[in-house]
Design a protein around this ligand. Structure first.
Ligand SMILES: C[S@@+](CC[C@H](N)C(=O)[O-])C[C@H]1O[C@@H](n2cnc3c(N)ncnc32)[C@H](O)[C@@H]1O
Length: 297
C-alpha cells in the first residue's frame, strides 16, 4: 500500500473517528508522529489550515491496525511501533523488555553531574549499569563518556539482546561489555574497580503491581517491575554488596519507588556506604538515591 498524501480535514476526521475506539488523544498523536510522520506541530498546522496537504509515512490502514490493537488488547504503543524516544535517543523496544520511562532520564543527569562534581577526569575508567533492560542508561553513559569502559548487566537474555541492538545502533558497542547474571555477580572480575554504578532495578511491591494498569501489568515483564513483597528485594541485594564491589570512593546511583527513599537510605547506610543522599525527580518526588563507597585504609 502506498503512503498517501491527505488533506488536513481528512486527517483530523480520521483522528476523531479513532478516538471513538478509546485511548488517549496524546497517545494517538504520539502514534501519528512516530509511525505516521506527522509531528504535533504539523498536526496543529493542519487544524489552522485544514485544506493544506500532508504526506503520511505509512498508509492510514497501518496506523488504524496499531491503534485497534492498542485499544482492544491494551498493548503498549511503543511495542507496536518498536521504538521509544528517550532523551535524545530513539531506542528500539520489544515485548520482554521494559519500555524506558521518562523519569529514568534523570539518572543519567545525576550520574554525569556526580562525576563532574567529584572528578577532574572526562569520565570513570569503569562504570556499570545493573539491570540494563533496553540499554537506555548504558547507551546514554557510553555516549557521554567516550573514553570510559562500561559493563551492562541483566538477568534476562531478551533484555541483553535488546541492549546490544541499541548499543550497536548508537555505535558504542565496543565501549560496553554485556553480561548476563545476577546484579554484582557477573562483575566479580572488576570488584573494587567500579567507579560509578547506576541501577534502575525492579522496585514495585507485588500487591501494587497486581493493581497496575493492564497496559503495563499484562505486557511489560514482571522481572523488570516487581521487587518482591515489599518492593525492596532487588534494592536490598544491590545495596548489600555495593561497598565491596565499588572502587574505594566509587558511586552508586539508584532509582526507586516514590515512597522508598527512607528505606533505601537505611539499606545503603547499613551496607557501609557514606554520603547517602536522596534526590528528587522533576516533579519533586524523592525517586533517587546516591551513595559513596568508603575509601579503604
Ligand atoms: C526497571 S527495569 C530497568 C531497565 C532499564 N535499565 C531502564 O531503566 O529502563 C529492571 C531490569 O532489571 C533486570 N533484572 C531483574 N532482576 C535482575 C537480577 N537479579 N539481576 C540482574 N538484572 C535483573 C530486569 O530484567 C530489567 O531489565
Amino acid at each position: 500500500m502506498a503512503a498517501p498524501c491527505l488533506n488536513g480535514a481528512s486527517v483530523l476526521s480520521w483522528r476523531r473517528e479513532q478516538l471513538r475506539l478509546g485511548g488517549a488523544a496524546s497517545a494517538l498523536d504520539w502514534l501519528l508522529d512516530l509511525e505516521g510522520g506527522i509531528s504535533w506541530q504539523a498536526l496543529q498546522q493542519l487544524r489552522l489550515e485544514p485544506n493544506s496537504t500532508v504526506n503520511l509515512a505509512v498508509p492510514l490502514e497501518r496506523l488504524e491496525a496499531i491503534w485497534q490493537r492498542h485499544c482492544n488488547g491494551q498493548e503498549p504503543l511503543q511495542y507496536l511501533v518498536g521504538q521509544c524516544p528517550w532523551r535524545d535517543l530513539n531506542l528500539r523496544v520489544a515485548p520482554g523488555v521494559l519500555i524506558p520511562r521518562q523519569e529514568t532520564e534523570w539518572l543519567v543527569d545525576l550520574a554525569l553531574h556526580t562525576w563532574s562534581q567529584h572528578s577532574r577526569s572526562n569520565g570513570p575508567q569503569l562504570w556499570a549499569d545493573l539491570g540494563t533492560g533496553s540499554g537506555c542508561l548504558a547507551v546514554a553513559l557510553a555516549r557521554a563518556w567516550p573514553e570510559s569502559k562500561g559493563v551492562a548487566i541483566d538477568r534476562s537474555a531478551e533484555a541483553l539482546q535488546q541492549a546490544a541492538d541499541n548499543l550497536a545502533a548508537e555505535e558504542v558497542s565496543e565501549r560496553v561489555e554485556i553480561l548476563q547474571g545476577d546484579w554484582w555477580q557477573p562483575l566479580q572480575p572488576w570488584w573494587g574497580q567500579l567507579e560509578l554504578v547506576v541501577s534502575n532495578p525492579p522496585y514495585i511491591p507485588k500487591a501494587v503491581w497486581q493493581q497496575l494498569d493492564p497496559v503495563v501489568r499484562d505486557h511489560e515483564p514482571a522481572l523488570a517491575l516487581v521487587g518482591g513483597e515489599d518492593g525492596l528485594e532487588a534494592l536490598r541485594a544491590i545495596a548489600s554488596q555495593a561497598a565491596e564491589a565499588l572502587a574505594p570512593g566509587g558511586w552508586l546511583l539508584l532509582e526507586h519507588h516514590y515512597d522508598q527513599s527512607d528505606a533505601v537510605a537505611a539499606l545503603l547506610r547499613s551496607a557501609g556506604l557514606k554520603q547517602v543522599e536522596a534526590h528528587t525527580d522533576l516533579e519533586g518526588k524523592l525517586r533517587f538515591a546516591r551513595a559513596q563507597a568508603p575509601e579503604r585504609p
